[in-house]
Unconditional design. Structure first.
Length: 242
């Protein structure tokens, strides 16, 4: 009987030392976002009040194809990376295909998703800059859980605005964040001007990511030594997944 290997692991010694920045190799590079105040192409310094400087620099970097992964981040990665590449024999059979199909199982990280890959990096860069507090938003809770773990690892205080409907429907995700020491608030809340305005106009509003982002950014901008972090959408988040 032939034994089929289902899971394939990269040895710890071969875990990459650099992230790959695909923008540097793109012939048609993405158009730069515009500064909403000046309508000019955004510069990294425009983002410094909100994000850690290193993250703002990575966000708009279109020249360096390879960016070194800090050793402290790699040490955290070693706790769960590399995650297994799994051969999908059942799917191959169901499709009747001669092709080999694989999927990357990122659910085996300490918080159960790939989002920890960027959370660790973002927390590290905030810590290196001397930041003591960070804020973020979360919908279903995967990003909030990941950042809670990362904040604890690097000794940062974290405030999470969680979309209210998810806050009520997914208490276990909220518990994970709180276990790692995060302060979790249902959004919209009465703790920010944005939240109070929404609740005044729509008392039964169940929240949205946009609302939670507004509250998290407002708190970051009004709290000394605090930065905002984001778990999706931006280029530096994609970078940390390579």
């Amino acid at each position: 009987m032939t034994t089929k290997t289902k899971r394939f692991f990269l040895p710890e010694s071969e875990i990459p030392t650099q992230w790959y920045n695909i923008q540097a190799d793109m012939v048609g590079k993405p158009m730069p976002p515009l500064n909403p105040a000046t309508r000019e192409p955004l510069k990294p310094s425009d983002l410094y009040p909100i994000f850690a400087k290193a993250l703002a620099d990575q966000e708009l970097n279109q020249t360096d194809a390879w960016i070194d992964i800090p050793e402290a981040v790699r040490e955290q990665y070693k706790n769960y990376r590399s995650t297994p590449l799994v051969r999908a024999y059942g799917l191959e059979k169901a499709l009747g295909t001669p092709a080999h199909i694989y999927f990357k199982n990122e659910s085996v990280s300490p918080v159960g998703s790939h989002k920890l890959n960027s959370a660790v990096a973002q927390a590290y860069y905030c810590k290196q800059e001397g930041v003591t507090n960070i804020t973020t938003e979360t919908g279903a809770g995967q990003w909030g859980a990941a950042l809670s773990y990362a904040a604890k690892a690097f000794g940062l205080e974290l405030a999470v605005y969680m979309v209210k409907i998810s806050y009520e429907q997914k208490p276990y995700r909220r518990s994970i964040m709180q276990t790692f020491g995060a302060q979790v608030t249902a959004s919209p809340s009465m703790s920010t001007k944005a939240g109070r305005k929404i609740l005044t106009e729509h008392p039964n509003y169940q929240g949205s990511l946009g609302t939670a982002i507004s509250e998290a950014i407002e708190l970051a901008m009004s709290t000394p030594n605090c930065k905002y972090t984001l778990g999706s959408v931006l280029s530096h988040v994609t970078l940390h997944q390579t």
